[in-house]
Design a binder for this molecule. Structure first.
Ligand SMILES: Nc1nc2c(ncn2[C@@H]2O[C@H](COP(=O)(O)OP(=O)(O)OP(=O)(O)O)[C@@H](O)[C@H]2O)c(=O)[nH]1
Ligand SMILES: [Mg+2]
Length: 302
């Protein structure tokens, strides 16, 4: 039995005291090698934390020469909020998470990428506000080039557009992103829907999902959460004895879930009992190759 993860975390903290730069990175690598390799649960979180620390100590070393705007990844996916200045990005960030951020009725209130963790459908997703992209960003106008760099690190893009503004503004932003060669799953948030009708956007961008949203209307925020969840492309599977689901990239079998918890469990797994959308009846007994669906609950059998 490994020691409780809290004790382990304290131990790690102690080992890192006074260490920085290469020395800190070396210590972190040593810790990583010693950590129990559970793929889920508190130890997996600890592993993620150590990996992120290691990653950021690497980034810090490079940071001087490169992109000073780098955003440290957290959560199962990173979704970038992109749009013209004043589109309402910070307001959405604030409405969806618990961060406090300056919003304002003027352009470029936000000048650096701002990350915020939010729980969507029981899973932590990272949203990142990219400061107002303006035409010419790909050529470096408006300090756009490093911002596009941040965007490149994201898994998906939520384009934010003030529903009262001309559609051409959003076209320019989307064009800019595409000219930078960035292709990601994307959707459009037609913001400030309490003041305007965003339906014209759906007609203008038939290839992208459009969700009308107002920070003053919780129902629209819920719809936006659904859209963001779709953008992650992930599938949630709940475990019978755990509140938090695992989030995996489809297709997902019973074996994938067992393996994500622990490789040994993956090896021992002979099947599962399933509740939810992929089960024909509650508690159905299935084999390890059974395909799971978003929202299923499983009890792994070994
Ligand atoms: N009526 C209404 N106003 C909103 C809504 N969302 C944002 N606003 C207003 O729009 C203005 C701009 O909002 P921000 O959230 O700062 O916009 P932003 O895209 O982060 O702007 P920059 O950081 O400057 O690029 C503020 O005055 C907000 O109060 C909304 O849903 N309804
Ligand atoms: Mg802002």
């Amino acid at each position: 039995m490994p020691m409780p993860h809290r004790t382990y975390k304290q131990l790690i903290d102690r080992r890192l005291v006074g260490k920085d730069g290469a020395e800190r990175a070396r210590e972190l690598r040593a810790i990583l090698a010693e950590l129990p390799s559970y793929k889920n649960g508190p130890y997996a979180d600890l592993r993620k934390w150590v990996t992120a620390e290691l990653e950021s100590s690497r980034t810090r070393a490079k940071v001087v020469h490169r992109d000073t705007l780098a955003v440290r990844r957290e959560g199962v996916a990173q979704i970038a909020l992109v749009g013209a200045p004043n589109a309402g990005k910070s307001s959405l960030l604030q409405a969806l998470s618990s961060i406090q951020i300056k919003t304002g009725d003027y352009a470029f209130t936000t000048t650096r990428p701002v990350p915020a963790l939010t729980r969507i459908h029981d899973v932590l997703v990272q949203l990142v506000e990219i400061p107002g992209l303006i035409e010419g960003a790909a050529e470096g106008r408006g300090g756009g080039r490093p911002l596009l760099g941040v965007l490149r690190g994201a898994d998906a893009i939520l384009f934010c557009h003030d529903a009262r503004a001309p559609v051409a503004n959003l076209e320019a932003v989307i064009q800019e992103v595409s000219e930078a060669g960035i292709e990601r799953p994307a959707a459009i948030a037609a913001t400030k829907s309490d003041e305007a009708d965003g339906s014209a956007l759906a007609a203008a961008f038939p290839q992208l999902p459009v969700v009308e949203v107002s920070v003053l209307d919780d129902a629209t925020l819920d719809r936006l959460r659904d859209t963001i969840w779709q953008l992650t492309g992930l599938l949630r599977v709940y475990l019978r004895d755990d509140e938090d689901p695992v989030a995996l990239r489809p297709p997902v079998t019973v074996l994938d879930v067992a393996d994500s918890i622990h490789h040994e469990l993956g090896e021992r797994c002979v099947g599962a009992r399933v509740w939810g959308p992929s089960a024909r009846f509650d508690g159905q007994r299935v084999g390890r190759a059974h395909m799971l669906t978003d929202g299923d609950t499983v009890e792994i059998l070994d």
